[in-house]
Each structure stands twice: as structure tokens, then as C-alpha cells.
Write a protein that binds this ligand. Sequence first.
Ligand code: ADP
Ligand code: MG
Length: 702
Amino acid sequence: MKIPKGFRFGGVACGLKPSRRDLALVVSDHPAAAAGLFTKNKAAAAPIQDARPRVPAEGMRAIVANSGNANALTGPAGLDDVAVIRAAVADALGVQKRAVLTASTGVIGARLPAMKIVTALPALVEQLGDHADLAAEAIMTTDTRPKMAAREVTLGGKTAIVSAICKGSGMLAPQLATTMCLVATDAAVTPKVLQEVLARAAEKTLNMVSVDGETSTNDCVLVLANGLAGNPRISEPGPDLSVLETALSDLLGEMARAMAADGEGATKMMEVVVTGAPTEAIARECALAITSSPLVKAAVFGADPNWGRILSTVGARAGARDWPVDPFKAKVVLQGVTVFTDGAPVELDRESLRTKMRETRVDVLVALGQGEGRAVAWGCDLSYDYVKINADYTSLIYQKADGGVARDDRVSHYTPAIKKALLAEALKYIAAFSGQIAVIKYGGAAMVKESLKEAFAEDVTLLKKVGLKPVVVHGGAPEITRTLEKLGERSEFFDGMRVTDAQSLPVVEMVLTGKVNQELVALLNARNAGAVGLSGKDGKLFRAEKAAHESGRDLGHVGHVVEVNTDFLRMFLDGGYVPVISPIGLSEGGGSLSVNADEVAAAIAVALGAKKLIYLTDVSGILESAPDGELVRQLTSEDLSRRVEAGAITGGMKWKAQSILAALSGGVERVHVLDGRQPHTVIAELFTDRGVGSLVQKGASP
Ligand code: ADP
Ligand code: MG
């Protein structure tokens, strides 16, 4: 994140939480104009009571913020504790007490152990620097990821930065402000104007987020503007003020969406747009009512296109508030599909809409057609996890070794009915698959993101433990590109294939066989999967022949598989090992050839007589068209070739399609193309009745 001039950030663990960062400090080295917005909750926390009457103001220097304890409903001691903290921060920084603002978030009703904060201050001050990430982490509560962003603007010819860190998660329904959001900017602006800009920017952003309709005791947005950008100080409306307001609105909009997407238990973000309302106020209230409706939220969680609940919410609110709004005149659009218009439901393909609702973002549009009022609100779905987290907060959010928090998703937390259904369904497949070989091509985001790597390793280990024989073939495109870049070499792609010249071949081989392969083997063996790392050269696992593109373009040291040493592979499978294969083939002359991993996976699946071949990729499966087309859930080999010929499948997916066709004609029964960006898609696809990606089977089009 870009850091505004003259600001320093830090975040440490002071012991309010068992082992995580919980204390953040934002310091301006120059006196700053300050503004703030605060919760409307009358049970406001002590830091709110302390800060509210002190902004807008000049001369502010620091904001100290803690998580783990809200210092709310703590009696007169609460304000004493704020005073102690302000004095200690002022002392540590050599500034006046009046120049320090505080904010807290966390458990309500427990006295804040201020001494823990005081004791940690020297280390925190020592650490101060461009550590906005540590500060953002320190204010997290049940958030699963830190939230921060910045914008760069030009004001009076000078470059200024506006940055924000914020936390969201639960108890999120704004009344003038929301959650904890700390904004720092080096723009020069008067406190009065800053306050006005902030109020306007928050109105359409932070104030339009609802996770659970609960306004917290600690919501606050604090802004410091130290003027070091050197622009003429903004004191009245004009072009500079507009630029600043646009940047701040945009930034807070990003924070709002980040909070909605990471709401407690959320699996999806919901964006609700209401247009054509008699007034903007009605549009806003209507949009928030929809994002806050437990019925709408539960339907979104279940990917149920139950639009009736949306219109019912509109009607109920219109009735209760006596708005001149007629729901029968409204048009309702869900994920781009019109579901209600001209006073009647639209005939539609529910299955297709249901598939669209599985996306991680759900868009709702209600066009009332009764005026000019428009508003956008953000929220999230209501999942089992929301109840789990808030029914048993402490046991379901756990701390990871790296200090972050994660949700404990074990099935044991679900109701007995769900557990039984899930297990019965899974066991049926487990019994059917036992002893079968499944070849898995591992690629895309699943190879890069830490949590996805771990989920993948868990899945492969599980498959093996339930009797399947997994074989993993991996790619490594992003890693190769990164390494080549580091070495100052460019990656050239032609029709979705990497051109590999003599110089880059050793790099490609080193990354694939030396690094990616070994890391994956280590990850699997940490779970006792019995993984063995191999390349095509080991035991002549597969031989390759130089390939040329159909256009005649020379692709360099790129090859096709010509022969697989099945005896060698079977030896590992029979011994209970999981082969992990790097897509480097042995050439005729004993050298190396880089082979598309999709092709290697298909060739190995055919050679081993595997029943299943699974591709993990960066899209939800085979799409009608890339990148935004609908997911094709099931298709035949004939369908697939038709789509390739029609030009609907291009780039990397075209190569995958060719490999899939080769695998099916070689005897593989089922090929799955799955979304590797979601954890555990492999087991979700294999062990449940309704798959999650695309399934391709041999055959003619119906
Ligand atoms: P991988 O790492 O899985 O090999 P690729 O980038 O090689 O990923 O191949 C997948 C890409 O193919 C997708 O990200 C998408 O951009 C592209 N693509 C082109 N047409 C389609 C389609 N019809 N369906 C899905 N993906 C497609
Ligand atoms: Mg590819």
C-alpha cells in the first residue's frame, strides 16, 4: 500500500488476545487536521465518548487502536483507561495528550487492561514505519483478512495519497459510521471541510454495508490529514475538493465491499442496487432492507434464486413506512437475469440461474420505476457459520501459527441431520471408487495461495486414505514466469503455449522439477501422503518428441508425450505411493523437453487406464465463453470438440480440451474440470451427488 508522506504505521501483539497482533498505531510526524464519524449506538464505548467531542480539530498526531477488547460498557473505569493510554502514547511519541485519539474493538463489557497497551508501546514506537499491513492486521477481530487500500490523487499540481485500514466482520450495520476505519492522508485540508467530505463519502459507502443489522458500540471512522503533500490547503468547494472527495469515496467504497465480502461467516458478497425510488433516502433504506433480510441472505447462501423474498421485503418496508412505492411495478434482476417484470414473474431456467447464484458475488437490482432515487448497498449471505461464530465465538474462530485467525469448518460443528446426510452421500462414493486410479492436474491459483495449497494437499491425502490411487501432475506457469522475470527474461506465449528457447529451458526445468515439484512433495508428505517426486526423465517415466505448432511456428524446446513407462509408475502405485510428476519429458537425444502439463496428465491417465482425470484450473470449469460465460456443467466429447471448433474455447483451455478429448478416446471414463480457486473442490466433486465444476464424458451430443 502507498503510504502518505509523514505517516508511520505499526502493529504488535500486546497480549489482549492470546497470540495475535492486537495493537495498532498510526502516527503523523506533522500536526494533522482530524475528522471523525461515530456510532449512533447510545451505549457508545469509552474511546468513542472520548474522541467524539474532540473532532473535527487541528493538531492531531496519532491514533492508537486495539482489538480484543472494546472498552465498552465498562463503567467510569473505561474513560480512565482511555486517559491512561492517551498519556502513555503522548509520552512515548513526545506529543501532547490532546493530539492522541484512541479506538477499540472486541469483547464488550470487560475492563480494558490498559497496562498491557502501555507496556507494549516502546516496542510499537520502535517498529513504526511503512507497516500499514501490520496495523491493519492488529485491528482485525473475526475478520479473516486485513483490509487496506490507498488512492493517489493530484491536488493543485501536487501528488497526495489517501490511505485506509479497516476492520469489519460482525455487528455491522452503520448509523452514520461503521466498524473501525482509520484514514491517513497527506492532503492539506481544513478540519471542517475534511469532516464534511468524510460524512458525504461515508454516506454512500461505509453507511451502506450491513452484515447483520447490528450497530456496534465502537463504530468509528477517524481521518488524519497532515498537509505534507504541499497542495494549497483545501478550505472550500472547488475542483481540488471534488478530487479529494472522489478518491475518498472510492477508497471507502472498496473498504465497504471488502467488509461485506468478509462478513462473519460470509461465503458470498451481495450487492443490491435500487433505482427508480421516489427519493434517494427511500432507495437507500430499501437497498439496506434487502441486504439485511435474513430470508434474502439465507437464500443467497443456498444459491436459491428466491426473488420473491426480495420483492416481499420491498413491499413490507414500503407498507410499514407508508412510502409511495408499488412493488407490482418493480423489475427485479438477479445475477443479470430478469425474474420479475410487468407485474408478473418471468418464465426462466431455474437451474441456470441457480448455477449463477453459486458465484462468490451476487448482484440484485430492484428497479422501482417510480422516481429518480438510486442507492447501492452491500451485504453478505447468512451462513451456518454466522450462527456458529456468534453462538460459540471462542471455539470456532481459532488462531493460526502465523498469528492470523481462521474459521474452524469441521463437520462436527454442524447439526446431526447435515452430518448424517453428508457422510452417507460421501461414503457411497468412497465405496465405489476404492482402488481406482485418479490423475489430477494441479495448476493455477491452487498452486500459489497458501491456504489453497494446504487444502489441495489435504484432499490428495484423503483420497489416498479412502482407497483411491491419486497421481498428481503439476504445472507451474506463474512461478516460471516470475523466475524468468527475475533473471531479466521475458516469457513469450503463442496461442496459449510457452515458447521455450535454449536459454529458458534450464530455468523451466529448475522451477518445475527442482522447486514446484519438491515443494508439493514436502506439503503432501507433511501429511504422510507417501508422495514421490518424479519428472519424465526419472525412470524414463515419459518420453517426448519435439512439437511444432499447427501454424508451423517453432515453439522451441516444447514436446509431446510419445511413451509412458507404466510399469515404473505402477510400481509406485502398488507400493502405496503418490507419484507427483513434473511435466519435463525425456527427449530422444537424452535431453529435456517441456510438455504442457494438461497433456502429460491425459497421457498418464490413458497409459494407466485411469477412470478419472481431474483438472484444477482458475475458472469455475468449462465456460460457454471466456471469461464471463456460464458454466457448462456436463458435456460430451462431441460437445467439447464442437465448442473448440466454434472458437468458444480458446487459450489454455483449448489445450486442455484437446487433452481431455485424447484422454476420453484413450479410455478414461470421466474428466472433471474444477475451480482451483475454491478450497476442497476435488473432494466436493468426487464425493457428492451434485458436482461443482464441468464433467466431460465420452459420447455424441444428445
Ligand atoms: P491452467 O493453469 O489451468 O492450465 P490456463 O490459463 O492454461 O490455466 O487455461 C485456462 C484458461 O483458459 C482460463 O483461465 C480462460 O482464460 C481460458 N479459456 C478460454 N476459453 C475458455 C472457456 N470456454 N472456458 C473456460 N476457460 C476458457
Ligand atoms: Mg495451461
